[in-house]
Design a protein around this ligand. Structure first.
Ligand code: ZN
Ligand code: ZN
Ligand code: ZN
Length: 370
């Protein structure tokens, strides 16, 4: 038994137990990050139904197209012994196959991103079973990272830091945002990412738009530049932001930045088991509000991260759930002055028994660039 098989066997067992605790008789998990989390490999989401059936009691089953079976058996690498595998042929109806497997269930949890074409047919086939989303069950498991997941997140963060160090060491004045963005994607791959998911380069007035991507604007002297980059490595995501300034920053920008840096540091330092997402959001927000920039902090303080860039737990005023050891999330306050400039600092932080541990280790100071 490989450690990977025992890890995934345990995840399947915990998913079943957690579904049972929530009164769900079976989880139906189509290809997604939930599927990869439980089975250890990514299956393609396509018009042919692949569906992992995890009953609260009993053996999990995998329904998949016959042509996908060799890949699945290879990737499952021993875990297939734990699963009833049902390969279907081109003219079979896989929805009826799922119905026979879960016959008589009262409550079913559907994977959150299941395609509507499957969700609607399953609802008809399993009528009158109640359909709920599997999301709360799955995120309850996925938001508590084990040591291996934390090391993957750390490796992804380190790679993103390397790309950030490289881009903030280059001259940026006179370059087009989208060209810089493309270059950052190359740097992310060179630093070890499997894919370079995004590279926001928001300069000048664009820096006041939190989700500006990168456009045709030419970076000029006097621009604030928000750089927010990330991708995935070994199945886990990176996401980090730093702010640069082209040329000599004026005093009012430095004043804004000092507040932001203090708020971001205070929130990182406040991380500990038991503090809620809402309380942590307030740590950063109160500092920014007290300095007079409250209206300019337009978004939540952070989001969980793992197999997906945005997942639970959310560091937001509406989240009263206490953080627990193993949570991984961003701490990314920002201050945005419309049509003028903006700044954001983002680190990924792990909640440990001793407090917060930042996975991004680059300085959070303003990066002065030419
Ligand atoms: Zn975002
Ligand atoms: Zn983020
Ligand atoms: Zn980000």
């Amino acid at each position: 038994m490989t450690s990977s098989v025992s890890t995934h066997r345990e995840r399947l067992r915990r998913a079943a137990a957690s579904a049972g605790d929530r009164g769900i008789d079976a989880l139906l998990i189509t290809p997604s990050e939930d599927y990869a989390y439980l089975l250890g490999y990514r299956a393609p989401a396509m018009e042919r139904l692949t569906c992992l059936v995890v009953p609260a009691d009993g053996q999990p089953a995998l329904v998949l197209p016959r042509l996908e079976e060799p890949l699945a058996r290879h990737e499952l690498d021993g875990l297939d012994a734990d699963l009833e595998i049902h390969a279907w042929d081109e003219t079979d109806d896989p929805v009826q196959l799922v119905r026979r497997l879960v016959g008589g269930v009262r409550r079913v949890g559907l994977q959150d991103q299941m395609w509507a074409r499957f969700a609607l047919r399953l609802r008809a086939a399993l009528d009158p079973a109640e359909m709920v989303t599997a999301g709360p069950t799955m995120s309850g498991l996925r938001q508590v990272k084990d040591a291996d997941e934390i090391e993957r997140l750390r490796a992804a963060a380190t790679a993103a830091d390397e790309a950030m160090t490289a881009i903030t060491s280059e001259p940026l004045i006179g370059r087009v945002e989208s060209d810089v963005s493309r270059h950052i994607r190359d740097l992310l791959i060179a630093a070890g990412h499997d894919d370079a998911g995004f590279a926001i380069v928001a300069s000048g007035p664009n820096s006041a738009s939190p989700h500006h991507t990168a456009g045709s604007r030419v970076i000029g002297a006097g621009d604030a530049i928000v750089i927010d980059i990330g991708g995935t490595r070994d199945g886990y995501a990176s996401d980090t932001s730093r702010t640069a300034f082209a040329g000599e920053p004026p005093a009012d920008f430095l004043a804004l930045y000092e507040v932001l840096q203090r708020a971001q540091r205070a929130a990182c330092d406040a991380v500990r088991p038991g503090i809620s997402g809402a309380e942590l959001d307030a740590v950063a927000r109160d500092i920014i509000t007290d300095a007079g920039y409250g209206d300019a902090f337009l978004h939540r303080t952070g989001h969980g991260i793992g197999r997906e860039t945005h997942e639970e737990p959310y560091i937001v005023a509406s989240n009263a759930e206490p953080l627990v050891v193993g949570n991984a999330f961003s701490v990314e306050p920002g201050i945005y002055i419309r049509d003028r400039w903006g700044a954001r600092i983002e680190d990924i932080v792990i909640c440990t028994a001793d407090g917060g541990e930042r996975l991004n280790t680059n300085p959070t100071d303003l990066y002065l660039v030419q």
